[in-house]
Design a protein around this ligand. Structure first.
Ligand code: AMP
Length: 431
């Protein structure tokens, strides 16, 4: 027999890790509810054309794409936004705005696996469609911070920028969109020298080159000062000045909300996905130099998918990476403590009674594992102890004749005989 292995980059979650993943997912869902985002569930498989339409070369070249048996060109989704855009351009076309939508699930990219980078990974994704106002951008930043806090993460820093600053300068200098995309991709990888070389090769003005050279170095955590500096550098490019002002409005609103967020504003900050048009951001924790999420404004996307022109802002959080950050910061899960019970019949013929007692406890919402290995009581108890089960209920003939069982507190190593009708109260600590 061959030894079957997991496909490279795919993930298995054993119970402990799965619990953390579902915990984060639960927090993400709660944040969605707190902000009025309705959950939508879209397919893992979409048409290749849809997913390739605006993903950006980086993501496009790494898709799991294939033909299905009907000869359709399909791919596993590398992001949620294309599916949401498809819905907004079709089924939800006439829905009143704003539309707030939340999704969570797995995505697939043929990335090189490394710390915090997998080929199968999970995101929580929020999209706010229909508003071009800075308060919508502020909401997306705030809800991201809410999720980081809910996951128990500390000292988050948000990298913040605005793709409009660089793009609008380049557009005014008549640099084609395609070339702009390549420049932005290099900037995303912090390969600023290569990016500037490419800008120079397009034949832009000396003034533009000078401004960009200075701009990519502008960053700081006092947003007002950084934005003043940016505004001065781009003063000859009117629409780029508007971009800086828009970012200022967004950050002022976040600040006025009272949500305390440490920010690092960077003029040369870009994101790999091509569709961003405005504010962009990424949350980080100091222990890891990879982003825990990414978001921003993309006002042209819905149109590109054939929908009505719809301004939009959104964010995707990397759940795998949030889990890594929680591990590094030793964040603890705040879950409800629930008592667990093992039910062990002493004899074969008491199996039915054991099942009956188990059922009764579960009807009372108690977590029960019933003995299914046919082991002797001592062995079964040893196993329950090893697995940190709180109580064992030993179903014996003598006690059953009196309508009772032995309830053993495995932590305290104490046991007593309890009438069946009183087990629930005993375990829930009511008597
Ligand atoms: P993007 O969809 O590229 O904007 O990514 C948003 C977030 O998803 C990133 O900040 C990461 O947290 C997460 N992410 C993206 N790609 C991967 C991957 N290959 N493995 C794990 N997480 C990822």
């Amino acid at each position: 027999m061959p030894v079957f292995r997991r496909v490279r980059g795919m993930r298995d979650f054993l119970p402990e890790e799965a619990q953390i993943m579902k915990y984060v997912e639960g927090k993400a869902r709660r944040v969605a509810q707190l902000y009025g985002y309705g959950e939508i569930i879209t397919p893992v498989l979409e048409s290749y054309e849809l997913l390739a339409a605006k993903a950006g070369e980086e993501v496009r070249s790494r898709m799991y794409a294939f033909k299905d048996l009907g000869g359709r060109r399909v791919a596993l989704r590398p992001e949620f936004t294309a599916s949401v855009a498809r819905l907004v351009a079709t089924t939800l076309r006439n829905e009143p705005k704003p539309l707030r939508m939340f999704s969570v699930g797995s995505l697939y990219r043929y990335d090189e696996p490394q710390q915090g980078r997998f080929r199968e990974f999970w995101q929580s994704n929020y999209e706010l469609m229909g508003s071009s106002k800075p308060e919508a951008d502020a909401e997306i930043i705030m809800l991201t911070n809410n999720l980081m806090k809910a996951a128990g993460l500390k000292n988050c820093v948000f990298r913040v920028g605005h793709v409009g600053v660089l793009r609008r300068i380049l557009s005014q200098e008549k640099v084609e969109d395609k070339v702009q995309n390549r420049i932005m991709q290099l900037m995303d990888k912090k390969e600023y020298d290569d990016a500037l070389e490419l800008v120079e090769a397009t034949g832009v003005s000396e003034k533009c080159l000078m401004a960009l050279q200075k701009l990519v170095k502008v960053k700081g955590n006092k947003f007002s000062e950084v934005l003043n500096e940016m505004e001065e550098l781009v003063e000859d490019y009117e629409s780029a000045v508007d971009a800086v002002r828009n970012l200022r409005e967004v950050l002022e609103l976040v600040s006025e909300s009272g949500e305390r967020i440490d920010m690092m504003v960077e003029a040369g900050f870009a994101r790999g996905l091509e569709y961003y048009t405005g504010m962009i951001f990424e949350p980080y924790v100091p222990e890891m130099n990879i982003a825990l999420g990414g978001g921003g404004r993309y006002d042209k996307l819905i149109e590109l998918f054939g929908g009505e022109p719809t301004p939009a802002v959104g964010v995707a959080h990397g759940i795998d990476r949030i889990m890594l950050a929680m591990q590094k910061q030793k964040a603890t899960l705040k879950t409800k403590e629930e008592k667990t019970v093992a039910v062990i019949p002493i004899k074969e013929k008491l199996k039915g009674e054991a099942l009956k007692i188990s059922r009764m406890l579960r009807d009372a919402d108690i977590l029960v594992e019933v003995e299914v290995m046919g082991r002797k009581v001592a062995k079964a108890l040893e196993d329950a102890d090893r697995r940190k089960i709180d109580y064992a209920i030993i179903v014996g003939e003598r006690e059953m004749r009196e309508g009772a069982v032995v309830v053993r507190n495995l932590g305290e190593r104490e046991q007593k005989t309890v009438k069946i009708e009183r087990i629930v109260g005993q375990i829930k600590g009511q008597n």
